[in-house]
Design a protein around this ligand. Sequence first.
Ligand code: MF3
Ligand code: CO
Length: 289
Amino acid sequence: MIMERNMLCWCGSGKKYKKCHMTMDERLLALASEGHITPPREIIKTAEQIEGIRKSAKLNTAVLDHVAKHICEGMSTAQIDKLVYEYTTSHGGIPAPLGYEGFPKSVCTSLNNEVCHGIPDEDIILKDGDIINVDVSTILDGYFSDASRMFTVGKTSARAERLIRVTKECVELGLTEAKPWNHLGDIAYAINSHAQANGYSVVEDIGGHGIGLEFHEEPFVSYVTPKGSEMVLVPGMIFTIEPMINEGSPDFFIDEENGWTVYTEDDGLSAQIEYMVLITEDGAEILSK
Ligand code: MF3
Ligand code: CO
């Protein structure tokens, strides 16, 4: 829709366009004409949507806290799934993974050499020294949220601890680049260069995503793209920062039997931490982590 300066803004703020998104739209138009990738209007959330998404994200974080409280050695990943399902549904939410493109469980649990999308199973038992990513995604009142944490079981090796520490540093460094008028590639560069400086690699082809009104929205978020590349960031965008960091090669393969679980090609360890962030006027707000 073409907006006149005195019309009500498309974002639903009730303000005149000239007092609301007009300046931003003009700047985006100029950037697009210079060849930059700019966000389509549909992925810029309104204040009302942000409120709903924030509530969903709050529940998502509470689910992760619930897992953190109960996860322990000797537990099966199916028990983690049960914790997630019961906590989420008893608080009015729906686990987003359940039935998503045929995914059979409520949460992804990825151990050691598993990169992501591990399927909870009663035969997978957490044992001393394991590292595990628990990736929780929630639907509340139609709004989607998503975040993941790494957990260690018993006494973990220094090698595994270092991988997890650097992965967390990668996400935090990426976060400092998440601000208006930066590019997604700035986040990717911060992450990839820190991973490489520590001798690790960042998984390509699997990445983050926009989120909020759907589980996976535009943009696809790569963590290996160059500084200054990919989509320009503006306030109201919501997406995930969730790099998968491998000890060895970034190559992976997908379980042929279940069609989901992603493993490192070289059998090395992989870690992932996911924050869900909202771009604000002057930076980013973590909605769930
Ligand atoms: N949180 C995961 C992601 O954003 C969910 C993958 S889809 C699922 O990539 F079905 F496996 F849950
Ligand atoms: Co995600």
